[in-house]
Design a protein around this ligand. Sequence first.
Ligand code: IMP
Length: 422
Amino acid sequence: MKAVVAIGTQWGDEGKAKIIDFLTKESDIVVRYQGGANAGHTVVVGDQKYIFHLIPSGILHKDKICVIGNGLVLDPIQLIKEINDLEEKGIEVRNRLIISDSLHLILPYHKALDSAMEELRDNKIGTTNRGIGPCYADKCLRIGIRAGDILDQNLLAEKISLVLKFKNLQLKKVYQKSVFTEKEIFDLLDKFRVELGDLIQNSSYFLSQSIQAEKRVLLEGAQGFALDIDHGTYPYVTSSNPTIGGALLGSGLNASDISEVIGITKAYVTRVGEGPFPTYEDGPSGQLLQQKGGEFGATTGRPRRCGWFDLQLLKQAKRINGLTRLALTKIDVLSGLDKIKVAIGYEINGKKVEAPSNHNFYQVKPVYEELPGWSEDLTLCKSYQDLPSQAKDYIKFIQEQAEVKISIVSVGPGREQTFLLE
Ligand code: IMP
């Protein structure tokens, strides 16, 4: 058995959690491999809505193991809250959750620095203020505190003392913000040790062993391809690698462990936070997509900008990630549009651009093709055959142009509103 990776092909919010939930049926283990509580993965089961920020979306399936991989940055307070909320709803988590000993912990000074930096910068990123960037920065500076560190209290005290030297100086002198005491950080981490210390282990070893034992592993990406710190629209990106390289690094699996890379792509595009967005639609169609699609951030509640499907972006996502197939989500939201535009390429000053660079991405203008819309409600469709012919044509158009097969279609938030294509 090999691992399957599911990656968002846009700027996040592609409806990944719902597809992960669907794919979990065919998996034994679900792994988050990057990002942190900046993600908000929503799964709807019956009339219950669950939003996961840190726990893999597979947790709703009773018999599955969930792993928070080494590539994540984990906020201990948020994780405890998320586990308690799920357990209150009768979902047992602690006996099925593994926390990597190597992941980095997000502490209150990371969140304080995230907002302080954002306040000061001119080109605001629109971060989620969850401390993501500052925590990954500490990882690279080699002053971060990792989950395994909390298991040795002497080592932990030493590490806290070292990191606070830098953080407090920065907070006080650069940003004129309050500082943190060693005791408050130690106490917070000790609470985490008491509550969840038993779940910490070498998750990469566990995953390799699981693959050898023929277990089916599903790797759950957060955010999306275009928010990748290397391949996205820098600096308007997140601080991790949602792309395939991040899946390997953040889980500890190797390239030959991967059998499939599924791109999760929404039938239109959205973006929350700042940064370029070539197919952004400011007018009534964009507003219709926002309202009908409920396009408001699951983590911050911010409205998402909405626009037309972007084939150029999908082609880049395919190239970087080696997508083997696609899941197309929220196609039901397009019902009621007379015409649907799809960007088939980009131009700068009237010249075709195959692969825009980061520095000129703001200048690209989409080249559109218009497809006929449909008025039928798709939310009750149970198969490809049930779709109106224009919706079938839309699906065919995307897969032919992108040269990658769409094998899963989602027509609503519910579990039952998903079907496979032959
Ligand atoms: P950060 O990850 O909080 O540092 O935010 C950096 C950028 O990524 C901002 O534009 C955020 O809005 C965006 N972002 C982070 N996480 C998500 C997500 O899960 N979905 C969509 N956008 C996200």
